[in-house]
Design a protein around this ligand. Sequence first.
Ligand code: XBP
Length: 256
Amino acid sequence: MLKALLWDVDGTLAETERDGHRVAFNRAFATAGVPWRWDEAYYGELLQVSGGRERLLHDMSRRADAPDAQQERVALAAQLHGLKNSFYEEIVRGGELRLRAGVSELFADCLQAGVRLAIATTTSGGNVEALLGQHLGSAWRSQFAAVLCAEEAPRKKPDPQVYQLALAQLQLRPQEVVAMEDAPAGVMAAGAVDIKVVVAHSYYFPAPAYGRALASGPSLGSGAGWQPRAAVSAQRITLEQIVRWQKRTAGERRAS
Ligand code: XBP
């Protein structure tokens, strides 16, 4: 019985990384007078590290021109991260980052069917507020039964903390929810607490090996290219389709 969909944010709700966070980091570097720039390819490598502040510290650990003292690095990362998040909000409020295809429709399916929506992300709460406020309006929180971000779950994915908290807050068991993710760290985080995952590939995570996914495919906005296959007539990934995948997996588990 599916009672809630738990949504990752960056890469899943919207393609926020390349044209949002990355651009905002570069603006923060320029504003702070730091001579660093992250191009698209290098940012893809940095995405192995979850969390913007953690990503900055990781990058500094590889740079000869970063401050030597750890304390200074931490302070610089905090300053740059704060600036980055302000620039990110500016980009979002400028309307440059749209929700990915099929996301709004799946939200609507859930609200209509009484399946709860929740956010389970390692990004900062302000970024989620900006993105969903922009697209769903200022009352967006009323549509979500739980909103768990970096502030609530400081241990970033692949640590399962954010999913553990989501289950506790919703008072649901893993088999009653499905997570919506795009990246391996998210799939691992959910899998670590036995939550099944639907993976919509994203710009930076296009064709990964997701052995543990309930289903994976290129876009929630299309029924094509999904593994396992979506219903032949599917124009998009509906709630009904996710329930079908969930039942199929439960059936396989019983049979084995
Ligand atoms: C994505 C992240 C975040 C963002 C930047 O989290 O790892 O770090 O890139 O956000 P998710 P912050 O996929 O769980 O949404 O700078 O706020 O950390």
